[in-house]
Design a protein around this ligand. Sequence first.
Ligand SMILES: Cc1cc2nc3c(=O)[nH]c(=O)nc-3n(C[C@H](O)[C@H](O)[C@H](O)COP(=O)(O)OP(=O)(O)OC[C@H]3O[C@@H](n4cnc5c(N)ncnc54)[C@H](O)[C@@H]3O)c2cc1C
Length: 351
Amino acid sequence: MAKNIIVGTGFSGMLAHLILGDGATVFGATNTIEIQGAHRQFLLNKLLGAKANSSTVLKNHLQKMQLHDRLIAGGNGSIWGGFVNASAISDTARALLKSAGIYLIPLRYHQTGSIDSKTQIYQLQLPLGRVLNPADLITQIQEAYLQTIQVLPDGQVLLQWRGLKSPHIQEQACESLVLAVGVVQLIDLLYRSGYLSNGDALELSEYRYQLRPTFKGAKMQENAIVIRVNILRGLLHFFGIQHYPNFFSWCDRLIPFALDQIFWNEKVSRSFFVDEGALSTSVGKQDVISQFGDSVHYCNLRINGLDANQFLKNISPSIIGLGMAFVDQKTPGPISNDILSDALKKIANEE
Ligand SMILES: Cc1cc2nc3c(=O)[nH]c(=O)nc-3n(C[C@H](O)[C@H](O)[C@H](O)COP(=O)(O)OP(=O)(O)OC[C@H]3O[C@@H](n4cnc5c(N)ncnc54)[C@H](O)[C@@H]3O)c2cc1C
């Protein structure tokens, strides 16, 4: 029996791995997973980026609401911006990142191809200016897709999982489980495991988000956190290319255009439901008027009014969750700093 298991190899899974060290086995789905009959309706891939897979039992009947699922080593961290609000991370968090070889690089056009409105956003980088891919820092990954969880009478947690090349279900019990599987997989896992059923109500929130073309020298919006990205850097990111070749950096100096990622200081929430084997915004229960999810930083999952942390605790105190579902983002902009503080609080007992 394994003592501690972490499921997920994105930013959250990586943090759990850095804090727990070799005392925990890391399970993670990679992009080679194929599960018969599963849906891929939450899949998010970029044209030229690392191609992930997706696998959910629940269908996607959401209207004007975008949620995504990326099964791949590194999770969203294989295509993300690596941005973090450095003013919101503690000395312990800085020490953890430093000991793992992760650099905090301030946003500057010549270094990261970007700037920000409050000069507090940094980029998490690995050596040679590479944007952090969390999978690069996890020493060993057991390639596995977690199918269900179940609490045994003696308090252990039983994982049912399948290897990526075999359709056969395997079982593994553990004393403690860190679930770091992303929002959509968390919801689907709870449904697959029988903890969610038709009619259950869910809710997520996010800071209102806009992407706007602009000029490098234009005044930035107030009452918002703005990350302004050189046009070529922005296009590379849009297509999923993580590195920023010197040639593009040189060209960008000559081009006055940029893209603003605007995170307004205005939080919005969206309710949705488990409805006949699908996630649905269920027209009739509410009017869906505005788009939700474009920020890709949606967080603070509530299930039938209950905070997702408490929901897991009610299933078993031996299970903790990390990631966007489990944090209530404090300020607009990057959410990685909230995930980092939450991981240290839950696993290393940092106040
Ligand atoms: C395009 C994009 C850009 C972003 N940029 C930023 C940014 O710059 N700054 C920021 O703060 N936030 C950013 N975000 C938000 C970002 O997703 C979070 O900050 C963070 O990466 C979330 O990490 P996570 O590990 O919790 O989840 P994920 O990255 O979703 O990782 C989940 C992991 O769990 C694995 N997994 C899932 N289900 C299973 C299963 N059933 N069995 C086994 N393994 C499973 C997946 O394979 C994956 O490895 C961005 C998001 C996107 C989509």
